[in-house]
Design a protein around this ligand. Sequence first.
Ligand code: MN
Ligand code: MN
Length: 317
Amino acid sequence: MPKYAPPSASVAPRFTGIRTFMRLPHVQDMTDVDFAIVGIPFDTGASYKTGARFGPSQIRETSTLQRNYSMNLDVNIFDHLSGVDYGDLPITPGYIHETYQQIEEGLKPILDAGVVPLSMGGDHSITLGELRAVAKKYGPVALVHFDSHLDTWDNYWGMKYTHGTPFRRACEEGLIDTSHSIQIGIRGSQYGPEDVQGSIDLGFEVVTANEMHEIGMKEVGRRIRERAKDAKVFFTFDIDFVDPAYAPGTGTIEVGGFTGYETMQLIREMKDLNFVAADFVEVLPGIDPAGVTSYMAANVMHEFISALALQRKNGKR
Ligand code: MN
Ligand code: MN
């Protein structure tokens, strides 16, 4: 049996205990661990509203409602995987390069142990630090990117390192294999047609929200699988991919997005991809009064972990 799992909710109610993701044990020894939840509460890379520094704590709070079994994928996560909450990495508010160093060093023992890190932001600038750590271990990875924004702009206010620029920097640093990478959900007003073209020029496949609504989620799933193939995948999920009706608590909302149902369906469409790391970013609890946005994030993470468990159950990976 896998080593680490949540305590039984039939013994102690789910609202009891110290807050960790899904009530998992807080463990930093990576022996007999398959996945580790990691908080990266850095939010001074944001171009508009800040507050994602409190994302990890609020996602942990709402995640206590998650049960171990995914009905959708017919898998009990902890029959197959051992999971822990690693806690938060140290970061330095206002100092992005120092923070990138801390993220790289912080993820190293997790990656070196062959454990899949599932990080909670923080704003989207943190993903560059994660990609540096992941590329050191695995080489350039395929990026599967859910977001209403491309995050491949060159700079904000002359600054090259922000939450709007991580994937351009990652390409320049050779951290991403764009020939297997895809950005989906792109919508909203742009600075110009060169925005989308910029991502395409970097080598990404871009699927806009308009196109997704036309072709449907099953076809989008096929496009993602066709693109990523068997490459090692880093999954990055910006909560503003979801329509603001379902996820209002985020800093740069865009209308015309996806329902909770569509989002969960897309996670399941990716259930066979070869994931080596993932992150879930841009949850701002301070503007999420009913907690629906962090609950959306917790559900996406749960379905993603269920997909990893299903792969193990089926003897893949
Ligand atoms: Mn983003
Ligand atoms: Mn975004």
